[in-house]
Design a binder for this molecule. Structure first.
Ligand code: ATP
Length: 284
């Protein structure tokens, strides 16, 4: 096999808590992660040269700073692979949006190299490699519904959420994850999510209570600078979302809906208002 295509799903955070800060600047988090059906498609092809990235989306670097490049380089070094690869990224996930777009491409490359070079790595082994690229990469390798602890790399799978309809809306700007975390005052967080309770709701299939009680402690930091996030949340609630929350460090906001019909109504309303709106399902 000389070429492989891998579907790389985005994630949303059904809740995000920050518990403390590490010496190296990373934060201790407790997050509920969920894969969604908004996906990049990457094609990884063996070549004789070096690692090359092709992507025509604005703001995605086609050089050694691309997360997909870093993942390929790490795999080549770790397993003494000679030659190179061409990586084509068909980008559908908005960039710097709180949806782990870069992390999921890195996860896809690790899986692709594992297959192309017949490395026979387990999911666990690939996840351990992935954390060197970024804290969200192990979850992107695992996928589905999971609790993430530590810096995001200690994962416990949870009963899958099933195909719930969600609307995603991204305002026209991007935010830097690093900046949002640096502005967060951990001692002054007004409300933490009760993650154990939320996991209980997921296990019982009680999505109404899950959606009503989602909390992202980074939301206030980003909303302070960009009140439009609050406006989008309000529109989603007006359109009967079960709940609405900013994902990651933002600025993407998602709403969870009871039916496709309800989600579509909200999607159509937000499309009058914003360019980047998506109708997606949670996936395993
Ligand atoms: P996270 O939720 O993991 O913090 P994000 O969704 O907020 O991630 P990304 O889409 O990963 O953010 O983009 C963050 C930065 O990474 C961007 O500024 C972008 O230039 C850079 N980047 C590097 N590689 C990629 C890639 N393969 N896809 C998207 N962005 C990339």
């Amino acid at each position: 096999m000389d070429e492989i295509k891998i579907v790389c799903p985005a994630k949303i955070n059904l809740s995000l808590d920050v518990l403390g800060k590490r010496e190296d600047g990373y934060h201790f988090v407790k997050m509920l992660m969920q894969s969604i059906s908004l996906e990049d498609l990457i094609t990884v092809r063996k070549s004789n040269n070096e690692i090359k990235i092709y992507c025509d989306t604005k703001d995605v670097p086609c050089n050694e700073t691309n997360s997909a490049y870093k993942a390929a380089k790490l795999m080549f070094e770790k397993f003494n692979i000679s030659g190179g690869v061409e990586i084509l990224i068909d980008k559908k996930i908005p960039v710097a949006a709180g949806l782990a777009g870069g992390s999921t491409d890195a996860a896809g490359v690790i899986k692709a190299v594992n297959e192309l070079y017949d490395l026979k790595l387990s999911l666990d082994e690939m996840m351990k490699i992935g954390v060197n690229i970024g804290a969200d990469v192990p979850f992107c390798i695992l996928g589905g519904t999971a609790l993430a602890e530590g810096i995001g790399e200690i994962l416990t799978p949870i009963k899958p959420l099933g195909g719930l309809w969600c609307v995603l809306a991204k305002p026209q700007f991007s935010v830097s994850t690093r900046e949002v975390y640096s502005k967060l005052k951990i001692d002054e967080i007004p409300k933490h999510p009760d993650i154990e309770r939320l996991i209980g709701y997921i296990e019982k299939g009680d999505y109404v209570n899950l959606a009503e009680n989602m909390v992202n402690v980074l939301e206030n930091v980003t909303i302070k600078e960009y009140p439009i996030i609050f406006e989008i949340k309000n529109i989603m609630m007006e359109f009967n979302a079960l709940g609405s929350l900013m994902s990651g460090s933002g600025p993407t906001v998602f709403g969870m809906f009871e039916s496709k019909n309800a989600a579509e109504k909200c999607y159509n309303r937000l499309r009058d208002y914003l360019k980047e709106v998506f109708l997606v399902k949670t996936c395993n």
